[in-house]
Design a protein around this ligand. Structure first.
Ligand code: ADE
Length: 240
């Protein structure tokens, strides 16, 4: 997969692309990422990319001609999928990352200042928000998207762990423990130490249901529970 990021702040990506799992995925050639400086497409000598809005108002807007030139110069054909980071849309969820991870080529345009001249929106396929809050720009949101997409491409993350993880089956993850078996009087649950895989699976499923009920109850309403899950949820509710 090829991902191109159009940004005013290319330097923000340096540490991100060189660190840990993301670095490993890129080294393995599972994805290629290009960071493009939008300022390179400004046509004035001060490399301006923004201007004041028509009609007045606070702040500056990114200029449509500059950002469009940057986009045109960095897509190989009209079918390349393009997203613009912006607050205000339905926030990104895991299913969006799964969908985006199947693309051959993706361009992410990072918005900045008060946004981009509205006329730019005709050249993008989708606006992406990472949450209902306002950041100074789209760089962190683009890194959030890239991080979430790349890990789905990574063979190093086993299919088993992707299958088990939060949100994949609409439930939160169950709590996990490692050595020591007791810390400050706090013990690892007995059942996890007994090696009985059937019991462990059932216990973990019950704990997933408990975590979800306590922290994100609305997820349980969205999800059809099977017979075993209903039984376990009833046990959880009884024990509360
Ligand atoms: N730009 C500013 N805030 C943002 C957000 N929450 N998501 C995506 N892009 C943004």
């Amino acid at each position: 997969m090829k991902i191109t990021v159009l940004t005013l702040f290319p330097e923000m990506y340096e540490g991100f692309l060189k660190t840990s799992i993301i670095h490993r995925i890129l080294e393995k050639g599972l994805a290629e990422i290009r960071i493009v400086d939008i300022r390179d497409y400004s046509n004035d000598k001060h490399r301006h990319v923004d201007d004041t809005p028509y009609g007045g108002g606070a702040g500056m807007l990114m200029k449509v001609d500059v950002v469009h030139r940057a986009l045109l110069d960095n897509i190989s054909n009209d079918h390349v999928y393009t997203v613009l980071t912006a607050p205000g849309r339905r926030p990104l969820v895991q299913k969006d990352l799964e969908r985006l991870s199947t693309l051959d080529e993706l361009v992410i345009v990072c918005g900045h200042y008060e946004g981009i001249d509205r006329r730019f929106e005709r050249y993008i396929d989708e606006k992406v928000s990472i949450g209902d809050y306002v950041l100074t720009g789209g760089e962190l949101p683009s890194m959030v998207m890239i991080d979430g997409i790349l890990r789905l491409l990574d063979e190093g993350i086993s299919a088993e762990s992707l299958k088990e993880e939060s949100f994949n089956d609409g439930l939160l993850e169950y709590p996990q423990y490692t050595r020591p078996p007791e810390y400050n009087g706090d013990k690892v649950p007995e059942v996890l130490q007994n090696g009985n895989h059937k019991e462990i699976r059932r216990y973990n499923l019950k704990m997933s249901l408990k975590e979800t009920l306590e922290n994100r109850p609305e997820l349980l309403e969205k999800r059809e529970l099977n017979k075993e899950e209903k039984e376990l949820l009833a046990e959880v509710v009884n024990e509360l």
